[in-house]
Design a protein around this ligand. Structure first.
Ligand SMILES: Cc1ncc(COP(=O)(O)O)c(C=O)c1O
Length: 371
């Protein structure tokens, strides 16, 4: 894909890394077991269409998104592969999903009653059970009987049954075991009423990477596909070698020497104690590089330098140790001459999880793809 942009800040997405990570999963889940590439939220900020295509090329079997809109967008570029919409769609949009050959998630009897009024062609659905996440899903056997009753004599076909794990990345397994047990019980109870050719799945990346014997027919591989570990524990316990796909790059737009006593940026929160070289980097909170990242470090020529003063909407300043020419590469996330700033480093600074970091770098930052 050609990229046209005129700014000196961009994100690089390594599609080879995506392929490598999918291949790691496909070594564990060989056919007939399936790997879903989860590309919701614009492929966790990496770019949904590009990531989906790379994942499919590397052996992913199916795709999953959160929203109907995301599914429709993907379907325009990927005509045949099954795409599962993980969130609830509006019943009145059921026919839209059917037209685009999208599989939707169902867990409410009332949804079926309303949706069938709008449906005049076949719609594939996966039934979702809530086994302990308490977000979406059928919570009791009685609810399940209601849903299955309403699904009879409709053009809706059940092609899967699934649930979602809340704590698969954690050491403590009590909640996980409870969820797996509930899922097993639901399957035992309802299997006789379900079509024979049907997929059961419960695993996200953490579940898939840690508990392959409990994952049934398919896994929904999200964060791991992007080369990030769901937690340190998953990284250490599994030893599965993932490659991060996301880097964030900029270039120095200005450099100057400031005098002792001079301050930097809004609020004059940073004061130079001596003569200091200060560079300007053209990315800010308007791009998703938020003000809480003040004090974090970026890499230039293999050396880390701190962000000083408040981060502005479009720019921030770094304290340098010497003159560095304008246009020199600044690595904000990624590798630069042997030095490395990881997505996890950014997440740790912000006291959040790595999932949030590529998602928060918004569409103002162009994505550049390479293999
Ligand atoms: C229902 C569902 N399945 C699978 C995933 C993928 O999870 P992960 O990115 O941890 O692999 C998600 C993501 O949050 C999800 O909501």
């Amino acid at each position: 894909m050609e990229n046209h942009f005129y700014r000196d800040t961009w994100a690089e997405v390594d599609l080879n890394a995506i392929k490598h990570n999918i291949k790691q999963m496909k070594m564990i889940y060989q056919s007939p077991k399936k790997v879903y590439a989860v590309v919701k939220a614009n492929g966790y900020g990496h770019g949904d269409v590009e990531v989906a295509k790379a994942a499919l090329e590397a052996g992913a079997d199916q795709l999953a998104v959160a929203l109907l809109d995301e599914g429709i967008r993907l379907r325009k570029h990927i005509p045949d592969t099954p795409i599962l919409v993980l969130g609830r769609i509006r019943p009145r949009d059921a026919q839209i999903a059917a037209w685009h050959n999208l599989t939707v998630t169902v867990f409410q009897a009332d949804w079926v009653v309303e949706a069938r009024q709008y449906l005049h062609s076949n719609l594939n659905v996966h039934i979702k059970f809530d086994t302990g996440m308490n977000r979406l899903g059928i919570r009791t056997a009685a609810e399940a009987y209601d849903v299955l009753k309403e699904l009879k004599s409709t053009s809706i076909e059940i092609t899967g049954v699934y649930s979602h794990l809340a704590t698969a990345d954690e050491d403590e397994r009590t909640h996980l075991e409870k969820q797996l047990k509930r899922f097993r019980q639901y399957i035992e109870e309802f299997k006789p009423q379900l079509p024979e050719e049907i997929e059961f799945h419960i695993g996200n990346s953490a579940g898939a990477m840690r508990f392959k014997d409990s994952m049934y027919d398919a896994v929904r591989f999200g964060i791991g596909m992007y080369g990030l570990y769901p937690s340190e524990l998953v990284k250490e316990q599994t030893g599965i070698p993932l490659k991060p796909a996301f880097s964030l790059i900029s270039q120095l737009s200005h450099i100057k020497k400031i005098n002792p006593g001079e301050t930097i940026s809004y609020g004059a929160t940073y004061t130079a104690l001596e003569e200091e070289w200060v560079g300007t980097v053209p990315i800010g909170y308007g791009d998703g590089w938020i003000r809480k990242l003040q004090g974090f470090e970026v890499i230039i020529d293999g050396k880390k330098y701190p962000i000083v003063g408040r981060i502005c909407m479009d720019q921030f300043m770094v304290k340098l140790d010497r003159y560095i020419p304008i246009d020199t590469k600044v690595t904000i996330i990624g590798e630069n001459n042997g030095e490395f700033v990881s997505t996890d480093d950014v997440a740790n600074h912000l006291e959040t999880i790595n999932y949030e970091i590529p998602c928060m770098i918004n569409e103002r930052v162009p994505r550049v793809y390479f293999e």
